[in-house]
Design a protein around this ligand. Structure first.
Ligand SMILES: Nc1nc(=O)n([C@H]2C[C@H](O)[C@@H](COP(=O)(O)O)O2)cc1CO
Ligand SMILES: [Zn+2]
Length: 193
């Protein structure tokens, strides 16, 4: 008995240009980063459990209730007028936003190597592996401290090696007749979810 009906493009075999798990998770982290209001650096993080289920996503943003039109996004010599004392890092938000009871033994996919503060949270939450893209702050003491702690705690770190240089979402590939003609109303957004 032939169990394989012909697909709409005439093929009877599975697609081969599908996203691999790693690409899917890193792309999810990068998509989340697009929600960031930080004008200079947008970071996203995606936490995945041992069954390849996404259990937390986050990006760098102001804490809930701290209006991102009021709190500063710049870098000022006056620390209180600079973003750094206020902004929640993507990694911390992804952990705090988790939709499972625990992130024990999970892997975090993140755009930038985690800082020392996020490393503490990664370790304490039981995440066992961090896959990152950029290590551009490798020279900073916060990154050196982060690496010391992650190594001591046995958290594996691995630089991401992209299979595809570009992953694109093209809505025009869809059959527009099936979509609403007017865009959905934009929700008010001031959060780090
Ligand atoms: N791993 C990280 N996760 C993050 O979410 N961030 C955030 C904090 C700031 O909002 C921004 C860094 O700003 P800048 O110094 O590149 O203008 O990225 C930064 C790092 C780097 O350690
Ligand atoms: Zn951090």
């Amino acid at each position: 008995m032939d169990l394989k009906p012909e697909s709409s493009n005439g093929s009877t075999t599975k697609r081969l240009d599908y996203l691999e798990w790693e690409e899917y998770f890193m792309a999810t982290a990068f998509l989340a980063a697009k929600r960031s209001k930080d004008p200079s650096t947008q970071v996203g993080a995606c936490i995945v459990n041992e069954d390849n289920q996404i259990v937390g996503v986050g990006y760098n943003g102001m804490p809930r209730g701290c209006c991102d039109d009021v709190f500063p996004w710049g870098k000022s010599s006056d620390k209180l007028k600079s973003k750094y004392l206020y902004v929640c890092h993507a990694e911390a938000n992804a952990i705090l936003n988790k939709n499972s009871a625990s992130v024990k033994n999970c892997t975090m996919y993140v755009a930038l190597f985690p800082c020392n503060e996020c490393a503490k949270q990664i370790i304490q939450s039981g995440i066992k592996k961090v896959v990152y893209v950029s290590d551009k702050h490798a020279h900073k003491k916060s990154t050196i401290a982060s690496k010391r702690m992650l190594t001591a705690a046995g958290v594996e770190t691995q630089q991401y090696c992209p299979k595809n240089k570009k992953i694109e979402i093209d809505f025009t590939e869809l059959d527009w007749d099936q979509l609403p003609s007017t865009p959905l109303k934009k929700k008010k957004d001031n959060d780090s979810l």
